[in-house]
Design a protein. Sequence first.
Length: 238
Amino acid sequence: MKKNKIDNVLITRQPEQSIEFINLLSSNGYFPFLLPMIKTVELKYTIKNKAFDYLVFTSANSIKYFLKDIKKINYGQIVTVGAKTSEFAKEHGLKTDIIPKVYSSEGLIQHFRDKEIQGMKFLIPGPKKRTETFKNFLVSKNAVVEAPAVYETQHVNYDEGFVDNFIINNKIDCVTFASPSAAEGFLKNSSSDIKIKHIISIGQTTYKYLKSHGISSEYPARYTVENIVSLINEINKS
């Protein structure tokens, strides 16, 4: 048996967002364990303008917490970051017009870099804590941007030693993170000397966050849970 073989995989995202991931891991012969590190809470917000050229959703949660107010505005094209966000939009009667090739702020910038957007209005509902990279890019191109915080991500707090014991008792081989917030929550709940064979980030943003804290991780070529499972398969084959 390979020393670093992955069998037991820890999922750190919210339960309602983990069903597909759990099913994918199970169908590929792995044993998924769920221990959420974050939860989301709705926030009150206001919107100054009533008409926008672009409505940008960076996650399913952005749609979930903004949906009740979508009929209060007029908008041109809907932009969704990632296939899952697009699918969630479709499930709620929204048609996606643009999906950037790269599922990140960098992908949004790549899409709009060569487009004339001066004076155009962008609405980007999202979490309270997020990167300002895309917003700053739009402002530099003289676009008008509103980015209301429609929800807040909070850490789930466990009793001291609970997370470490969970990892040890369940013989966790691999911990997966779908966001920097989940990674941050994990670091706050676990001790620095806990040993984990493999850590997988869903993409570069989470990878960079972990790296800034001296933790090495791997991430798939495409930032989806399907590709995380594919990466685990590749690790086990190598």
